[in-house]
Each structure stands twice: as C-alpha cells, then as structure tokens.
Write a protein that binds this ligand. Structure first.
Ligand code: IMP
Ligand code: MG
Length: 186
C-alpha cells in the first residue's frame, strides 16, 4: 500500500469543492459573457481540482492553463519555473488562479507578481489545500478549501510525489516506504 492514511475521501473533497464554487459564484456574480472570468489551472497538480470546480462554477468563464514547477522530492526549491504560459492577454480581465495547494506560498507569490504585471482588472487565488504553518510569504488566497494542520505531505486528487499517485481519488499521506522507494536524487 502506498499510503498510510486517507485524510479526505472523494465525498469529503466533493463537498469542499462545492462550497468553494458557491463562494466563487457569489463573488463573481456580476461577470458577463462579454468579459468572462479567466480561470487559470496551474498544471500539473490542479488538473483534477480544476475540472471538478469549473463544472460547479456557473458564471461565464474561459479556461487557461499554466505549467509551473517548484518541487523536488517533498521539498520546495524556493523559486518557480514557468514551463508553459497562458495563451491570452489578461489586461482588464477578472482572473482567478486555481491551485492545488498553498504550502510555503512561494509558487503563488511568484505567479501573482508575474500576472499582476499584465494589468488584470482583478487577480485572486483559489486553493483546495493550505498549510498555514508553512507559509513564508505575505499573501493569502481569497478562497481556501481545507487547512492542513499539521502540514503533512499529501498525495492524490492531482497531487503527486515525484509525479506519481496523482490518480488517487482521495487525499492521503504516503508511507515512509513509498517516500524512500520513489525518491529522486538531484
Ligand atoms: P509552495 O510554493 O511551497 O506553496 O508549493 C506549492 C506547490 O508545491 C504546489 O503547487 C504543489 O505542486 C507542491 N506541493 C506542496 N505541498 C505538497 C504536498 O503536500 N503534496 C504534493 N505536492 C505539494
Ligand atoms: Mg507538484
């Protein structure tokens, strides 16, 4: 078995995602088809969360994707690489970043700085998970699903350990054996 405990079941995650979508639907209720909300999926970790939450957000929206990497093994490297950028100009648009997890916050902080330069009308973040005791930056996502306390390293529902286990339909903690077995030395 690759995980030692299931922290959140598929049903629990679904409830959290619905609640986040309700908050987003309220906050962006005035958005129109003329100037739809730009939802940015941060790949790879957010792809499952993104596909679930977008189907619960019922306001005019367009979807963009950005590939960003920051982690090796279970540690943040402290800076991000933009491996693939969005394909539209976000000037004057309402933009909402959809991210899997807010850990040190370095990824979102760097991303916000980068996207802010492009002059969107508004720029906010929605994260499924947050590790509040790990945060190293002075920002807070507008929408937070679950606070992980203690801040365990988790896998499943899009979240990986060295690219593995994204397919688990629940959120779990990997066993020490799994951590050892799939470690990469870089
Ligand atoms: P941050 O820059 O430290 O906030 O890290 C954010 C990124 O690190 C996320 O987008 C995830 O890809 C990855 N990450 C952080 N914590 C975990 C975890 O517990 N499991 C899997 N990936 C994680
Ligand atoms: Mg990752």
């Amino acid at each position: 078995m690759s995980f030692s405990k299931v922290l959140y079941s598929a049903t629990q995650i679904n409830d959290v995602v619905q609640e986040l979508a309700n908050q987003i639907n309220m906050k962006y209720a005035d958005v129109t088809f003329q100037n739809p909300l730009v939802l940015i999926c941060i790949l790879k970790g957010s792809f499952i969360f993104f596909s679930d939450i977008t189907r619960k957000i019922n306001i005019p929206q367009i979807h963009e994707f950005m590939t960003v990497s920051s982690y090796i093994n279970d540690r943040s490297t402290g800076k991000i690489n933009i491996l693939a950028d969005i394909t539209i100009d976000i000037k004057g648009k309402d933009v909402l970043i959809i991210e899997d997890i807010f850990d040190t916050g370095v990824t979102l902080d760097c991303l916000l700085k980068e996207l802010e330069k492009r002059n969107p009308k508004s720029l906010e973040c929605c994260v499924l998970l947050s590790k509040p005791t790990m945060v190293k930056v002075p920002i807070k996502p507008a929408f937070v699903g679950i606070e992980l306390n203690p801040p365990e390293f988790v896998i499943g529902y899009g979240l990986d350990y060295n690219q593995l286990f994204r397919n688990l339909p629940f959120i779990a903690v990997p066993t020490n054996e799994t951590i050892k077995l799939f470690k990469r030395y870089t």
